[in-house]
Design a protein around this ligand. Structure first.
Ligand code: CIR
Length: 256
C-alpha cells in the first residue's frame, strides 16, 4: 500500500524537454489540466500529495519518477542518464529528506533513471538502457540488496520505442505483469502471469497500480477491456501532452 506521492507541475517551458517521438508540441494549458487530473486520481487512491512547484530550469522535471528509487525504508537518489536532467535530483533529495533519515546516491560513472526500475514485491527488475548503465544498475542493486530486496538486470538497449523498462512493463501485483510485445517472451519475466499489450496500444503498457485502483491512459480500448475483465478498477486519465514528451503515468509521481 502507498500512502504518499511527490509530484511536480509541468513548467512553462515543458515543451523544451527531451523527446524521441514526433507527436507535435505539447500544449501547456492542456498539460496542466491533465496533471491536475493525475493528482486528483492519486488523491482518490488515498494518497497524500506533496506538490512541488514547477521548475523551469529543468523542462523535464515534472517526470519526478526518474530522480529517485523508493523501497521500504531505502531511498536512493539517482544520477539521471540525460545531462539536462541531472540537476533535478537536488530538489527531490531535499523533499525526500523530510521522509527518509538517510538518502543513498547513485554516483558517476553510474547513471540510473527511475523509469528503468520496476518493483515486483521484494524483487527489482532494473533495465539497462540508454539512460541506465551497468555501473548505475550495479550500485542500485547493492543498495537494494542491503535493504533486503533482490534484483536482476534486463538489457533493453536497442529495443526501438522503449525509452525505459517501464515504458513496456507494469507490475499489477498478485504475480501479474502487463508486457508490451517488444518484451514478451524474455526469460526475465518467466513465472509471472502476463497480460499482453495489443499491437498499437504500446503506450498504455505504462499503467500504475495504486492501492485499489489502476491508473490507465485513456484511449486504449483493447488493453482497457483486458484489465477490466481481470477485475481491476481503472481510473482513466488523458495523457496526450505527456505522451508527446515520452512520459507515461508512472513517471509523473514518486509513490511511497
Ligand atoms: C525524458 O526523456 O527524460 C523525458 N522527456 C521523459 C521521461 C519519462 N520518464 C519515465 O518514463 N520514467
Amino acid at each position: 500500500m502507498f500512502s504518499r506521492a511527490i509530484v511536480r507541475q509541468p513548467s512553462e517551458n515543458f515543451a523544451d524537454g527531451l523527446t524521441s517521438v514526433d507527436l507535435g508540441m505539447p500544449h501547456l494549458e492542456t498539460a496542466l489540466e491533465q496533471h491536475r487530473g493525475y493528482c486528483e486520481a492519486l488523491v482518490r487512491c488515498s494518497l497524500t500529495l506533496t506538490e512541488l512547484e514547477a521548475d523551469p530550469r529543468y523542462p523535464d522535471s515534472t517526470f519526478v519518477e526518474d530522480t529517485a528509487i523508493l523501497a521500504g525504508k531505502c531511498a536512493v537518489i539517482t544520477n539521471p542518464g540525460a545531462e539536462s536532467r541531472k540537476g533535478e535530483t537536488v530538489g527531490i533529495a531535499e523533499t525526500l529528506s523530510v521522509h527518509y533519515p538517510k538518502l543513498e546516491r547513485i554516483l558517476p560513472p553510474g547513471t540510473v533513471d527511475g523509469g528503468d526500475v520496476c518493483q515486483i514485491d521484494r524483487h527489482f527488475l532494473i533495465g539497462i538502457s540508454d539512460r541506465t548503465n551497468e555501473a548505475g544498475a550495479g550500485q542500485l542493486s547493492g543498495f537494494l540488496n542491503a535493504a533486503g530486496f533482490t534484483s536482476s538486470h534486463v538489457d533493453i538497449r536497442g529495443i526501438e520505442g522503449l525509452l525505459h523498462l517501464k515504458s513496456g512493463l507494469t507490475y499489477l501485483g498478485d504475480g501479474r505483469i502487463v508486457v508490451a510485445d517488444a518484451l514478451v517472451g524474455r526469460p526475465e519475466f518467466e513465472g509471472y502471469e502476463t497480460v499482453r499489450v495489443p499491437a498499437g496500444e504500446e503506450y498504455a503498457a505504462n499503467c500504475i497500480r495504486v492501492n485499489d485502483h489502476v491508473l490507465f491512459a485513456a484511449g486504449f480500448p483493447e488493453l482497457r477491456k483486458r484489465l477490466v475483465g481481470l477485475g481491476y478498477d481503472l481510473i482513466e486519465l488523458e495523457m496526450s501532452e505527456f505522451e508527446k514528451m515520452d512520459g507515461g503515468l508512472s513517471c509523473l509521481s514518486l509513490r511511497f
